[in-house]
Design a protein around this ligand. Structure first.
Ligand code: OGA
Ligand code: NI
Length: 386
């Protein structure tokens, strides 16, 4: 028999072995317990109509977002209530500026309604094409160094974890776009153009949501964006291959996102689950909707009023799954502390101020755990005097 060649990426390993390798088998007691998942009530995650954010009903939408952030830490937003005529979409996707639609009309459409359907479909299409490239082509982007701005990797952090996760992922820094786009994969040939367009739309949406979230806390519209300093935007393109024994492993185990807010695009395959009242609840994909969740930084900036909630990804034996989270982050040097208006006798300061850089390093070193990284930043208890 030919010797087994080490395969850095899971997709190639699984193509070779066809079973769950020991490296990916969770110990008994740390497995997904798939029979004990609430598959129905995921529909209870509110679906928020973004178009109303710009109309007379803004106040109600802002309140609905605030309620969702307080109770579930998760909500969904409709993103593409409209479709561009195909000839306009095609022109925009080409590099030929002479064929592009007039900027004003495009901007109108985009700012009124969210992210256009063709941008979302393009993103998922190039993601799939990328992960279906030959191994040698994909491996050009491979690195296991979590500090690299652009890298293809597997699991979560193979340098530190004991059991690997059933996931390959491409991680991209996206903002400012011009600082990073030249380092992105150039294969498939449309990758940079299509992903750049999606990343730009996702950022615009993140900013609108941060404005609504600021208002929902009774703060100035621009509060959260200002508090985050020179913001950063990271994207993961997650690829979860079909798994012959999904009960033995996770796509991603339970974790909370370390950034401020996450906008998750999923293909039509289920896998995301969130924790609600101590139970795991499936958040099945809703067509034309993104899943939004509060990350640890918004929990800290809201002085614990809004919740960064545990979530996980399970895999299945039938289909591959693609998801594209956009992680909107504070600047590394931003000092994370809540607005004065959110701190009073009844709501003492929940965390000592910290920089995002300090937090992010603690998060990657700690690995994906259900223990909250935020707890490491609780203020020291007052010294007792005797
Ligand atoms: C993540 C995450 C969810 C998913 O990448 O942090 O939670 O459905 N992803 O892939
Ligand atoms: Ni997550």
């Amino acid at each position: 028999m030919a010797p087994t060649i080490a395969k850095p990426l899971l997709s190639d390993l699984v193509a070779q072995t066809g079973q769950v390798p020991l490296s990916h088998v969770r110990p008994v007691g740390d497995r997904p317990d798939l029979a004990n998942v609430d598959k129905e009530s995921g529909a209870g995650i509110p679906l928020i109509d973004l178009a109303k954010l710009d109309g007379p009903e803004r106040h109600e939408v802002v309140e609905a977002i605030g309620r969702a952030c307080e109770s579930d830490g998760f909500f969904m937003v409709q993103i593409n209530l409209f479709r561009l005529p195909i000839h306009v979409a095609t022109a925009v996707m080409t590099d030929d500026r002479s064929k592009q639609a007039p900027a004003a009309s495009l901007a109108d459409i985009v700012t009124n309604h969210g992210i256009p359907a063709w941008v979302v479909e393009g993103m998922l299409r190039v993601a799939r094409e990328f992960f279906h490239l030959p191994e040698s082509e994909r491996l050009k982007c491979y690195s296991d160094d979590p500090k690299k701005a652009i890298r293809l990797s597997t699991s979560f952090n193979v340098r530190t974890e004991k059991v690997n996760n059933w996931r390959d992922f491409l991680r991209l820094h996206c903002y400012p776009l011009e600082s990073f786009v030249d380092q992105w994969p150039s294969n498939p040939p449309s990758f940079r153009q299509v992903v750049g367009t999606y990343a730009t739309e996702a950022r615009a949406l993140a900013l609108r949501l941060l404005e609504a979230i600021s208002e929902s806390l009774g703060l100035e519209r621009s509060h959260m964006v200002k508090a985050m300093g020179k913001q950063a935007q990271h994207m993961a393109v997650n690829y979860y291959p079909p798994c012959p024994q999904p009960e033995l492993t996770y796509g991603l185990p339970g974790h909370k996102d370390p950034n401020a807010i996450t906008l998750l695009l999923q293909d039509g395959v289920s896998g995301l689950q969130v924790q609600r009242n101590g139970r795991w609840v499936a958040v099945n994909p809703v067509p034309n909707a993104l899943v939004i969740n509060i990350g640890d930084q918004l929990q800290a900036l809201s002085n614990d009023r809004y919740k960064s909630v545990l979530h996980r990804v399970i895999v299945n034996s039938e289909s591959e799954r693609i998801s594209v989270p956009t992680f909107y982050c504070p600047s590394p040097d931003a000092v994370i502390a809540p607005a004065d208006a959110l701190v009073d006798g009844g709501h003492p300061l929940a965390y000592r101020p910290f920089t995002y850089q300090e937090y992010y390093e603690a998060f990657w070193n700690m690995g994906l755990q259900s223990a909250s990284c935020l707890d490491r930043f609780r203020p020291a208890p007052p010294a007792t005097t005797s």
